[in-house]
Design a protein around this ligand. Structure first.
Ligand SMILES: [Zn+2]
Length: 453
């Protein structure tokens, strides 16, 4: 895969430059380019095959930005997909921390890095600088590499491969639907029907419950307690129903579900052949259904984590610290939360239909998947959320945040871009080199360069 500069025309590059902040690329040696190409080129070829089948063309180019998001761009009737390599790095790290059981401390340290970047994008410079500093000072204490060695596998690399391809195929699906509106309409109708069903409470009505409890001879206390729990559940379901109605009415949000679905079908197609290549090495493609489901769902879980951080910052963007620290859940946040969990559940349902091999036990896989989702929520999502929440809202942290930022304010002007550059420089310490992925060579060289200085 070529870089955006090599394959995109000037207007597309101008668009990217005005909407994204590129992280400094230090290395572009022949060797690192070869490694990168060996990783991404099979994807590009596969995307071309899918594109040909739908009669569309989209030029794919690599970017490396703090937006951590890939994007389909159509300008002048031509379509382009900017694939963010940094997004790949971040989800790869989340996979590693999750799969090999990195310590809580490790996760909190790492999410300071991610939070620093998201905060900086939304103009929270003091918080961003503080988080970057904390990451820089504490990263030596991270244990994910040791944990991975102990585990003795590199499953995370396999999962990241599936996830990056999935994201590329999702973006390509936007282009496909642009040219095939009928297909989009057809799939949208399915999605809407699924959402209506998803929004329905799955439990019995209050009167039915009452009758059942009396029939079973429950005591008054037991009945009251149970009714309270049920009332809370029903209230949350009512909210979910309202949020789902909002999603159903939004064409753009429904399209996201359709792109997920098409991408899912295509990603499974890629792994259905006999062999494929990663880093130029031939690998067998006969993953179990569980592997494929785990990889895809982890992708959604990782994306949900990043989107939550994004949404939190976006919502707080225009509030000063005092009003922020009151903390309130807004309706927009609710819609997006519901949107991401609905996408996750829809993907799960589709996976069960599409990815399970005949000889696999569906019930035990369902249980594994539920555990995976709960586990990720506790181990990754909650850590990211807690880290960002503390940076945004915690009163005790304020003096320290201001103390760290103070010396910088005298050296830099009000120029936002410059502030962002400073923060990006602070953050830019490579992840540890023994990563085993394309970007690791880059990181190695970068850290070598760093030592020389
Ligand atoms: Zn999309």
């Amino acid at each position: 895969m070529k870089t955006a500069e090599e394959v995109f025309p000037a207007p597309v590059l101008a668009y990217i430059e005005s909407t994204r902040f590129s992280l400094p690329e230090v290395v572009s040696s022949k060797q690192t380019i070869e490694i990168r190409d060996a990783f991404y080129d099979p994807f590009v070829q596969y995307l071309k095959r899918i594109g040909d089948a739908f009669g569309i063309q989209a030029t794919v180019g690599l970017v490396y930005t703090d937006m951590m998001r890939s994007e389909a761009i159509t300008i002048g009737g031509q379509s382009y997909i900017a694939h963010d390599q940094y997004f790949g790095q971040v989800i790869n790290m989340m996979n590693r921390m999750f799969l090999y059981g990195a310590s809580k401390k490790t996760k909190v340290i790492y999410f300071h890095k991610v939070a620093s970047q998201v905060l900086s994008r939304y103009g929270f410079y003091p918080e961003s600088t503080f988080a970057a500093n904390l990451y820089r000072e504490s990263r030596k204490d991270m244990d994910h590499i040791m944990k991975q060695r102990r585990d003795g596998s590199s499953r995370h690399g396999l999962y990241t491969t599936v996830q990056e391809l999935f994201v590329l195929l999702h973006e390509q699906s936007h282009v496909i639907f642009k040219h095939h509106p009928d297909l989009l309409n057809e799939m949208s109708a399915d999605v809407r029907a699924w959402l209506v069903d998803y929004a329905k409470p799955s439990r019995a009505s209050a009167t039915e419950l009452q009758a059942a409890m009396q029939a079973q001879g429950w005591s008054e206390v037991e009945q009251t307690e149970f009714r309270e729990q049920e009332a809370a559940y029903m209230a949350s379901m009512q909210l979910r129903t309202a949020f789902c109605e909002e999603i159903v009415s939004r064409k753009d949000l429904v399209e996201e579900f359709c792109c997920d679905q098409l991408a899912l079908i295509n990603v499974l197609g890629y792994f259905a052949g006999s062999t494929y290549r990663v880093h130029g090495e031939k690998m067998r493609r006969d993953y179990s259904g569980t592997d494929k489901i785990t990889a895809v769902l982890l992708c959604f879980l990782n994306m949900r984590t990043l989107q939550m951080m994004e949404a939190m910052c976006a919502l707080e963007k225009n509030a000063d610290f005092l009003s922020r620290s009151q903390g309130s859940i807004s309706a927009t946040e609710g819609v997006y939360e519901t949107f991401y969990s609905a996408r996750l559940h829809r993907a799960k349902d589709l996976c069960y239909d599409l990815a399970l091999n005949d000889d696999e036990d569906a019930t035990s896989i369902h249980m594994q998947v539920s555990r995976l989702m709960d586990h990720h929520t506790d181990e990754i999502f909650a850590m990211a959320e807690g880290t960002l929440r503390r940076l945004l809202y915690e009163k005790e942290l304020r003096p320290e945040i201001e103390r760290v930022f103070e010396p910088l304010t005298s050296e830099i002007t009000d120029n936002q871009h410059l502030k962002r550059t400073v923060t990006a420089m602070l953050h830019l310490i490579p992840d540890r080199p023994e990563d085993g992925r394309t970007t690791s060579k880059k990181a190695k060289k970068r850290s070598r360069n760093g030592k020389k200085r």
